[in-house]
Design a protein around this ligand. Sequence first.
Ligand SMILES: Nc1ncnc2c1ncn2[C@@H]1O[C@H](COP(=O)(O)OP(=O)(O)OP(=O)(O)O)[C@@H](O)[C@H]1O
Length: 249
Amino acid sequence: MTIVLELEHVSLSLGGRAVLSDVSLSLHEGESLALIGPSGSGKTSLLRVALGLVAPSSGAVIIGGQPASAPGRILLPPDGRTAGAVFQDLALWPHLTVFDNLDFGLAAKRLPKPRRAHAIETMLAQVGLSGLAHRKPHELSGGQQQRVALARALVLEPKWVALDEPFTNLDIVLKDDILELLASLLRARNAAALVVAHDPREAMRLADRIAVLEEGKLVQLGTPAALAMAPASAFILAFTRYEHARKLE
Ligand SMILES: Nc1ncnc2c1ncn2[C@@H]1O[C@H](COP(=O)(O)OP(=O)(O)OP(=O)(O)O)[C@@H](O)[C@H]1O
């Protein structure tokens, strides 16, 4: 199986505190890997290390088989990591239209204009925003803004995307819709996803594999079924017990 991203014995200290300790994991082509763990366990920090926004204190990040980060050094900058990212605050450029938000990364790749326009129109159609290309973010609903953020990440045809709980603020119906849309967009591209999930039960339902962080350490990594079968900590037992009960119903 092709590995798109690998963390090898990654540790990270910030302000003298150990935020990540000896974390090793790999993200496989096309899979959805959920990161869960209590608040402050290091989930966002792990995404930041993977994306090349911060260098690990020790260990390595490997992208597509190439060294991407070494201790204290970013060898491959974020835009070279074949990744798309969507963070909780979405970080859309407020002064740019939807079209230009999507065009920003494509233009940086120096693709010809007609090709960019075609890619953007196709992408906007896929996320159901065809008519809204010339609006600015503040002229959109929250759900529409989230689709723009998703489209902006995917229009660059990433091999993997990092998502930091971008959908937590949506109501449940809208959230299910966008999760389904995300899954189908990723499937169509065979793109992998590394997703920080706040709701462990939702991760059990949707992810191919789950990585559990506690106090910066990877305490378990496996399929939802493997976690439910042999939970490695009280935190994991707490949400997998529910899963057991559901299956026994
Ligand atoms: N720049 C920083 N300097 C010092 N400590 C930091 C810094 N950024 C994060 N931390 C600490 O690192 C730890 C992990 O933070 P992180 O945001 O990765 O956790 P998280 O699991 O994503 O939390 P949450 O679920 O609450 O978002 C926390 O204790 C946090 O206070």
